[in-house]
Design a protein around this ligand. Structure first.
Ligand code: SF4
Length: 919
């Protein structure tokens, strides 16, 4: 790869010698010597961005000397200077759910540029792109030695069209690599192999340049890599496509919140417990749109794996990233994971030379600080709905009972522990016990509110952390020694984020203990974490539905929004892998793991969690013995090669994609068809109808679910009409290469609530004739009538994962504007990237204060003409009785370039027109 460095007006380019070589680099101390300001007390995370400015300074076309000076002003201004800058990450990371649509868009752009008379070879990623196929494996089979093989076979059966397409993309596009299925999870592969902490490349003059490794990814948890001092965060697929096509990312110089860690974790607490506490603290603080940087003497005792777990959950605490500066532990991890000694030496030399090293005196200026003494961390879980719903383990059963009471509308006061002893069959219920139970057909047990039907060791958040994985194995070993096993209604699974995990679990002899409790390997991929938990036994599903039970999942994941994990489960708890094993044994959320027996041994003696909980020392010793440099080097030696199945996938060598007309996975999207060479204009919205009125915290999962769907949904009907059987529907996430499915899946989450309807859950609305219909059907009916649409929402609209389909689907349904109280950062930018304009209510007004019912028309005036970023415009409500009411709206097109995007119909149209003109 060649990078195009800037003109370096301030002459900050220097040389660094490392590993017997001399490389160029852009020096922050040199910028200071050149009189651009005092940068010495900037946080390391911000110095990474500053270096980017030095390297790409081009006289102000995109980066100016004033942009560089602004960083010094940030430090003297108490950690604030929200100046807009153009930032260029070194590379892009994708997973297959978001990567397939990105490659579909690239392929469609090749068709588009041909139609505009341009050269298809102009459409290529200009920055390195790695796509890891990890999101598609589903847990069809579990709890037996066949599980892995069967799930992989089903994965290929379901996804062969997508995989064929990706293999074509790998050949057709330059700078694009694919990590095949069954290798690992994107963030863990990035952490263990792809990331280098300091990157090198040749510039346009052929000189090798060293610079901080940085990236954006099409997955929100790209942030995990900040644990390895690599600045990275998730962006929408649309922004990522722009970045890979050479467009800088427009951002404000962020505020940086310093999070000081002191003390040491006590016996029994895990990294997961720590991160759940960090999430809670940072959510309470409010760090949306900010960098968080960890510092303090506690870092000296925090292994990199724990740092990565904390960095992973940045989206859950709302920050752009959670960065850990380079220090001795960074170097140790690079070494143990098999990076070359030459690279490790460069990382150390570069970090020390350019002021990025965290030594004992590291204490930069922060916008604000928080402090946590790690000795206060206690075992905890989070749930039932949000990652920040932190519950200390000793209160989990009691609080769950209240959750059930709220669900059932029961006012009760009996302590949970008195009832927990009754066991899952319910026994004789106490009068005020809010829990219901339901016998399971063909089984000698009943399920009740709180029965755990899914216990999954899943998610790169935790599977990248050998301490919690070994910890889980040891809990399984000790439970097995006491003759315990999982409860028969629990679907257990183990889905590591890389093959290295299996290597060390095998080496420690722990896999067989996990197998004995049903935690057999089900695949190397996201599985339960992304909602691919697969079906539970039909009789369990039936009992849950009949009893309208609050069934529970416990997973070592990072997200637990309603409807994400399984359609059968209402309450989802995040927990460390060892606790997942413990809950599988208990089988019931009503069991207080800190006081009640977790089970009974064959002699009938009670066994408590403390009896089977490993010591910190036991875990550390096994990690030391089994997690080795050799294991990483062996497992990553052929990372791009794949197994026989991958190697036998057949593709063509064509420059443009030959779209198979019968494919229900990959279709040529309509975005660029019939596109004119010149951009259009932004016009007012007149007489739009409301497609949905949504509440607060509507997530991208609500807007564009990733999980499975049923035959009676619009997406299901579309596939049935094309001869696809329900068992082959796969998930929305895996069908993101087909806009027809995705439009039908937009706003189709089974738990979304449209306030236009009462007592209805799921993706429904009123059609033009006033009847209740699926949102897709209503949108198409309005489209036929030529009526534009708007969506109304509450606070934090578009929270959760970065999901470009949440914006693409919205645009394709004919929605011109989304009016919300506030937006999640990435989703706002994705809406703009698709030409849908986001607006915010002003003056404390909202859907409720304006009395919106959904029967009104909405007009938005002041857009036509010379629209400015964040301009205030007029909304006009037309009520059914003929009256009108005006209200103010802030247009959330935030920058000049975003205005250009909207004028062009979206960012990809903007890039495509530019490339067509250039060719
Ligand atoms: S395991 Fe979960 S957090 Fe990690 S990439 Fe997959 S879905 Fe995202």
């Amino acid at each position: 790869m060649t990078i195009q460095v800037g003109q370096d007006t301030a002459r900050t380019r220097r040389e660094i010698a490392s590993g017997g070589k001399t490389l160029a680099y852009y020096s922050i101390p040199a910028a200071q010597e050149a009189g651009l300001g005092d940068f010495s007390r900037l946080p390391a995370s911000l110095k990474v961005v500053l270096e980017n400015m030095l390297r790409f300074e081009d006289g102000g076309r995109t980066v100016s000397v004033d942009d560089i000076k602004a960083f010094a002003e940030w430090a003297t201004n108490g950690g604030r200077n929200p100046r807009e800058i153009a930032y260029r990450p070194a590379r892009v990371l994708m997973q297959d759910f978001t990567g397939v649509p990105a490659v579909v868009d690239l392929a469609a752009m090749r068709d588009g540029i041909v139609a505009l008379g341009g050269d298809p070879k102009k459409i290529n990623p200009l920055n390195p792109v790695d796509l890891v196929i990890d999101h598609s494996v589903m847990i069809d089979e579990f709890g037996n030695p066949r599980a892995f093989r069967v799930n992989v076979e089903r994965e290929y059966e379901r996804n062969i069209e997508r995989y064929t397409f990706l293999k074509w993309g790998q050949k057709a596009f330059d700078n694009f690599r694919v990590v095949p299925p069954g290798t690992g999870i994107c963030h863990q592969v990035n952490l263990e192999y792809l990331a280098q902490t300091v990157w090198t490349d040749t510039d346009q003059n052929g000189v090798e340049v060293a610079y901080p490794d940085t990236l954006v990814g099409t997955d929100s948890h790209t942030t995990m890599i900040n644990g390895l001092a690599v600045l990275g965060w998730g962006v929408g697929g649309i922004e990522a496509e722009a970045a890979m096509l050479g467009q800088p990312i427009s951002m404000l110089i962020p505020e940086v919140v310093g999070f000081e860690l002191t003390g040491e974790m006590v016996e029994g607490a895990t990294a997961t417990d720590l991160v759940l506490k960090v999430v809670k603290m940072l959510r309470d603080k409010g760090v949306v749109g900010k960098f968080v940087e960890f510092f303090g003497e506690g870092l000296d005792r925090l292994p990199l794996a724990d740092r990565a777990t904390i960095a992973n959950m940045a989206p859950e605490y709302g920050a752009t990233c959670g960065f850990f500066p380079i220090d001795d532990e960074t170097l140790r991890y690079l070494r143990v994971t098999g990076r070359s000694e030459e690279r490790i030496a460069l990382v150390e030399a570069y970090a020390k030379e350019n002021g990025l090293w965290r030594g004992p005196d590291y204490r930069p200026v922060y916008t604000d600080t928080l402090h946590l003494d790690m000795s206060e961390i206690v075992p905890a879980i989070s749930g039932p709905k949000r990652p920040q719903d932190y519950v200390p383990l000793d209160r989990a059963a009691e609080e769950f009972l209240q959750v059930v009471a709220d669900y059932r509308g029961v006012d009760m006061s009996l302590p949970a522990k008195d009832m927990a002893a009754e066991g899952p069959a319910g026994g004789a219920p106490a009068v005020i016990d809010p829990r219901k139970s339901q016998p399971v057909k063909g089984q000698d047990y009943a399920l009740r509110d709180g029965s755990i039907v899914i216990a999954s060791i899943t998610s790169c958040t935790n599977t990248s952390n050998p301490y919690v994985m070994i910890g889980a194995g040891l809990v399984a070993r000790k439970a097995r020694e006491r003759g315990l096993t999982r409860k028969p209604w629990v679907k257990t699974s183990l889905a590591p984020g890389s093959q290295v995990v299996s290597e060390y679990l095998e080496a420690a002899g722990l896999q067989q203990d996990l197998d004995a409790l049903g935690f057999n390997l089900v695949g190397y991929g996201c599985t339960t974490c992304i909602g691919n938990s697969g079906p539970i036994a039909p009789e369990l599903s039936e009992a849950i539905a009949e009893g309208e039970l609050m069934a529970v999942s416990v997973l070592s994941g990072n997200r637990n929004f309603e409807g994400r994990i399984s359609p059968d489960v209402r309450a989802n708890y995040l927990a460390s892998p060892p606790l997942v094993v413990a809950y599988a044994i208990a089988g019931d959320m009503n069991v207080d793991l800190t006081r009640d027996p977790i089970g009974h041994d064959p002699e009938g003696k009670p066994v408590y969690l403390k009896d089977i909980w490993p010591s910190t020392q036991e875990i550390a010793e096994l990690v030391e013995k089994t997690v080795t440099r050799e294991a990483f080097q062996k497992k990553y030696a052929d990372v791009f090669k794949g197994d026989e199945k991958w190697q036998s996938v057949q593709t063509t060598d064509s420059l443009t994609y030959d779209w198979p007309p019968e494919s229900t996975y990959i279709r040529n999207p309509p975005y660029f068809q019939g596109m004119s060479p010149e951009p259009g204009v932004i016009s007012d919205v007149e007489g739009a109808r409301i497609l949905a009125i949504l509440g607060d915290m509507v997530t991208t999962d609500h807007i564009s679910p990733a999980g499975s769907f049923k035959p009676d949904t619009p997406a299901g009907k579309y596939l049935l009409e094309r001869g696809v059987q329900p068992r082959d529907f796969n998930s929305y996430g895996s069908r993101r290469g087909n806009h027809e499915v995705m439009m039908r899946g937009t706003f189709a989450n089974i738990r979304i609530r449209n306030e236009m309807l009462t007592g209805v859950e799921g993706g429904f609305t009123k059609g033009p004739d006033g009847q209740v219909v699926p949102i897709f059907d209503a949108a198409m009916a309005w489209k036929e009538r030529g009526v534009p649409l708007v969506v109304i929402a509450g606070e934090q609209y578009g929270a959760g994962s970065s999901r470009d389909w949440a914006a693409k689907g919205t645009a394709l349904l004919g929605v011109k504007a989304v009016i919300a109280e506030s937006f999640e950062r990435i989703h706002r930018s994705n809406l703009v990237g698709m030409g849908v304009i986001p607006f915010e209510f002003m003056n404390g007004q909202n859907r409720k204060s304006l009395g919106l019912t959904g029967d009104e028309t909405i007009s938005i005036r002041g857009l036509a003409g010379d629209l400015r970023p964040q301009q205030t415009v007029k909304g006009v409500i037309g009520r059914p009785d003929g009256s009108t009411e005006e209200f103010d709206l802030r247009c959330r097109i935030d920058t000049e370039v975003e205005i250009d995007y909207v004028r062009n119909g979206g960012v990809l149209h903007y890039v495509l027109r530019g490339l067509a003109r250039a060719s």
